[in-house]
Design a protein around this ligand. Structure first.
Ligand SMILES: Cc1cc2nc3c(=O)[nH]c(=O)nc-3n(C[C@H](O)[C@H](O)[C@H](O)COP(=O)(O)OP(=O)(O)OC[C@H]3O[C@@H](n4cnc5c(N)ncnc54)[C@H](O)[C@@H]3O)c2cc1C
Length: 410
């Protein structure tokens, strides 16, 4: 028989975990599920591990910039193996700590691939679970290439787990992931090349800043090739032969490693959103206000997966628009309590998150706050709150002594 929840969150990355904790602390009966380890891209396979590696590269770069100015250390170098070990010291504890934190808030932590059976039920590892609301936070994955030999490319997750760094690395796609990785690799002793099919890489970033970055990239030993595409990749005895189509015609280059850095798309594979009556497309789930599906009011979508509704094309913009409406007193929902909660969330989210993290005994995560972590504040304004035993102080974790985590999967 289907087990009933107020909310099932699909995807235990930063977006999903924050929403699950928050809704549980408001008294909702919440479950969260992930097909992989808890933590998602940012904490395990993206922002945070990258920043650990980048810190090593920054130290090398700083020392080089001071050469001849009082700093001399010709032997200074990155020990990739040790740097990766250091990185794992941050990432390895994340899944366990997150699951423990969720359980302490009364959230059921499940494992497996979620697939919709109908508008209100999902299958998780063979168990049928029912909920009044679903939040899809399944993130993004690399957009597949079509050219022959595309199976030889590794993705960003593989790069962040490399045991050794080979000398000649080709990054396909001139986005921020390629540039950050290329700068790390250059400081670690490799010779990276970044190719981009457009006339200017880092499309969408300030052109003047991009020019400065390209200049610094060249100084650091990174070759940047605009208006260039890959047409095929062949395996050779020593590495790979890559056939390029460049402005001057076809070219061939040899390299040891090829990294996919050409963009990501919403990861909705296997969810069977059609069974739930959810409108979706290549750019994500179609959502309206409050990130609610335009076709199934029980379903919300947030985080790294993109949406294609006019009202919510980017998380940051969505937060800002909502913030403006709240601040200027314009009604954005029929329930005034929701306006007040949105207001509180927008102004105090950072402090509260740090407090909650400290209270849960979590280590500070290095460096940054994802835009999503603001964005989630809005996702949490779910309507039709059901009361489970009294009003909770939203700033305090809601403990449910005695409730276990009946995981239907391994
Ligand atoms: C290399 C790299 C570096 C980045 N650096 C930065 C940065 O410096 N700053 C920044 O702001 N952003 C950065 N990002 C982007 C950032 O990581 C993402 O925007 C963010 O992690 C998205 O979070 P999310 O919670 O929406 O999804 P994710 O963290 O991707 O989590 C989605 C989860 O859903 C699970 N899942 C998917 N489908 C199913 C299913 N059917 N059933 C169950 N579980 C499922 C996945 O296993 C995954 O764990 C980076 C991304 C990458 C790849």
């Amino acid at each position: 028989m289907a087990k009933a929840y107020d909310l099932i969150v699909i995807g235990a990355g930063m977006a999903g975990v924050a929403a699950a904790n928050k809704c549980a602390s408001q008294g909702w009966h919440v479950a969260i599920v992930d097909a992989q380890s808890y933590g998602g891209t940012c904490a395990l396979r993206g922002c945070d591990p990258k920043k650990i590696l980048r810190r090593g590269a920054e130290i090398i770069d700083s020392a080089r910039l001071m050469r001849g100015k009082g700093i001399e250390d010709p032997a200074l170098r990155i020990n990739w193996h040790d740097l990766m070990k250091h990185k794992r010291g941050f990432t390895d504890p994340v899944p366990h700590n997150l699951e423990r934190e969720l359980a302490s808030h009364g959230v059921d932590t499940l494992h497996g691939q979620a697939r919709f059976l109908d508008k209100n039920r999902v299958d998780i590892a063979g168990a049928s679970l029912e909920a009044g609301h679903f939040l899809i936070t399944t993130g993004a994955h690399p957009r597949p290439f079509e050219f022959p030999g595309n199976e030889h490319l590794i993705d960003s997750t593989d790069f962040l787990n490399l045991d050794t760094l080979p000398p000649r690395i080709l990054f396909v796609g001139g986005g921020f992931i390629s540039f950050e990785f290329a700068h790390i690799a250059a400081r670690a002793g490799s010779s990276p090349t970044v190719i981009d099919r457009g006339p200017r890489p880092l499309k969408g970033f300030d052109p003047d800043l991009v020019d400065l970055l390209i200049g610094r990239s060249l100084q650091a030993g990174i070759a940047v090739r605009p208006s260039t595409t890959v047409t095929a990749v062949d395996r050779t005895d020593t590495g790979y032969r890559v056939i390029l189509e460049a402005a001057g015609g076809p070219e061939t280059i040899e390299c040891d490693l090829i990294v996919h850095g050409a963009g990501r798309e919403a990861d909705l594979t296997g969810l069977d959103l059609d069974a739930a009556g959810v409108d979706w497309g290549a750019r994500g789930v179609s959502v309206a206000g409050h990130l609610q599906s335009t076709t199934n009011p029980a379903v919300y979508a947030a985080g790294g997966l993109r949406r294609h509704s006019r009202n919510a094309t980017d998380p940051g913009g969505c937060v800002r628009r909502q913030g403006r409406r709240v601040q200027h007193g314009q009604r954005h929902d029929t329930d005034p309590r929701l306006r007040r909660r949105a207001h509180r969330g927008l102004h105090h989210s950072g402090a509260r998150q740090s407090r909650d993290a400290r209270a849960a005994g979590q280590r500070e995560r290095p460096g940054h706050r994802c835009p999503l972590q603001q964005h989630q504040r809005l996702v949490l304004q779910l309507p039709h709150r059901r009361d489970h035993g009294g009003r909770q102080d939203p700033r305090r974790p809601h403990h449910r002594p005695g409730r276990g985590s009946p995981s239907p999967g391994p």
